[in-house]
Design a protein around this ligand. Structure first.
Ligand SMILES: CC(C)(COP(=O)(O)OP(=O)(O)OC[C@H]1O[C@@H](n2cnc3c(N)ncnc32)[C@H](O)[C@@H]1OP(=O)(O)O)[C@@H](O)C(=O)NCCC(=O)NCCS
Length: 403
């Protein structure tokens, strides 16, 4: 049967406010699955022209797939979100790029023509499910010297990146981290973050009921002096600190991905068109370099160069890994095209959820910048991977035309 690929578009995305993991965090006694269910319900509420039975897949990512993040979360979240029981769902794990992978998975199925509309997202409650919970790595991965033991500790891989690229000094990382805090604070002040946050009712046996309406991790007003003497938990006299790394966080995201034809049919607004994507593997000891070859591959697949990209929304797992990417492509640390609303260092990084936060922020920036045709999301991924997704701006004059 002859087959024509369908154009795939990002329709809408939301997230919960991100919380600090741990007993004092806003979501300390909130279930992980409830966070992502809240996001799916909000998407359905915000897009009332989308019939619920026209959602044909729900792909939800979580890194730790046990307890309230287990049991084929995508399917259970679909049921608990009020979607008809005819809507299937599944779970995804690619660590930090879980939600990014959920999006590219369903996008590929849509392009292939398997279905037309899907919900993709992710959740990580790092308080209820600390990194590494229940893992049992095969000892041969170390014994056979497939990787250095540092490869399994993300902060240590960031220290390794400092060794690899001595030009990426702690001062540059701290300055980048302050930029992230400042840009997020400015974005909040300008009301750019709030429209895509879904408030979450919280309950705590001691504190009672609460309403999470804003991110908990940001530390606006952080200075270089504040960061100068923070501990370096991953190596004595190292460079990676709580100030220039993303923290340990709780949160969820979800988005609607559709064929262009289905978006037209149901009157859904198109925020971005998918151009290309790539995931690659790198040495696990320096997983933070992953976005570099991933971006090169995604650009090559699209027939674009880095100069064609007008906006970048990059995950900030660690300042050093973002700077490694920017240096590689000859982009300044404070280039105004990069992370306009700040990044994970300020806002938090609930692992598997973050990819959709990046996409949603890029979509908002596309609205503000019709002169930009292409934008890019990229992230590093545990055990040595990188992911990149390139999008086209529907507000650009040449949208949809041949590049
Ligand atoms: C770096 C890390 C270990 C820090 O964890 P933590 O010690 O629980 O972090 P905290 O928030 O308690 O911060 C530690 C200290 O730094 C201080 N601090 C953090 N950010 C700061 C800032 N911007 N300005 C000033 N002080 C700051 C805190 O106040 C705290 O001080 P205290 O010890 O006096 O209380 C943890 O956030 C981490 O592992 N991050 C990486 C997560 C990760 O690997 N993700 C996957 C990526 S691939």
């Amino acid at each position: 049967m002859p087959r024509t690929l369908q154009d795939v578009v990002f329709v809408d995305g939301v997230r919960t406010p991100f919380g600090k993991a741990g007993d004092k965090g806003i979501y300390a006694q909130t279930r992980a699955d409830d966070l992502v269910i809240k996001c799916i319900r909000e998407l359905l509420r915000r897009n009332p022209t989308l019939p619920k039975d026209k959602v044909e897949e729900v792909a939800i990512a979580a890194t730790t797939q046990i307890g309230d993040q287990g049991l084929t979360l995508g399917r259970l979240a679909a049921l608990l979100s009020g979607l008809p029981n005819t809507v299937p769902g599944y779970s995804v794990d690619r660590m930090c790029a879980g939600a990014m992978t959920a999006v590219t998975n369903v996008a590929s199925a849509i392009a292939f023509g398997a279905y037309d509309i899907a919900i993709a997202g992710g959740v990580e409650h790092m308080g209820r499910h600390p990194m590494g919970e229940g893992v049992d790595p095969n000892p041969r991965i170390i014994a056979d010297k497939l990787v250095d033991p540092s490869a399994l500790v993300m902060g240590s891989t960031a220290e390794n990146l400092h060794d690899r690229f001595p030009a990426l000094t702690k001062e540059r990382c701290d300055a980048f981290a302050i930029g992230s805090q400042d840009k997020l604070a400015a974005a909040y002040a300008a009301g750019k973050i709030q429209p895509d946050l879904v408030p979450v009712a919280t309950r705590h046996v001691d504190k009672g009921w609460g309403l999470a309406t804003t991110d908990e991790p940001p530390r606006p007003g952080t200075t270089m002096a504040d960061l100068a003497n923070l501990k370096t938990p991953f190596r004595p006299h190292g460079n990676v600190t709580a100030g220039n790394a993303a923290g340990l966080n709780d949160g969820a995201t979800a988005c609607i991905i559709a064929s262009q034809a289905a978006a037209d049919e149901y009157g859904l607004q198109v925020k971005m068109r998918l151009v290309s994507w790539a995931f690659v593997g790198v040495e696990p000891e320096v997983m933070g370099i992953g976005p570099v070859p991933a971006t090169e591959k995604a650009l090559a697949k699209a027939g674009l160069t880095i100069d064609d990209i007008g906006l970048f929304d990059l995950n900030e797992a660690f300042a050093v890994q973002v700077l490694a990417m920017l240096d590689h492509f000859g982009i300044a640390d404070d280039d105004p095209r990069v992370n306009k609303y700040g990044g994970a260092i300020a806002t938090g990084h609930p692992l598997a959820s973050s990819g959709v936060r990046l996409m949603n922020q890029l979509a908002r920036q596309f609205e503000e910048h019709p002169e930009v045709r292409y934008g890019l999301n990229a992230m590093c991924i545990g055990i040595g991977m990188g992911g990149c997704v390139i999008w086209e701006n529907p507000h650009h004059a040449d949208y949809g035309k041949e590049a």
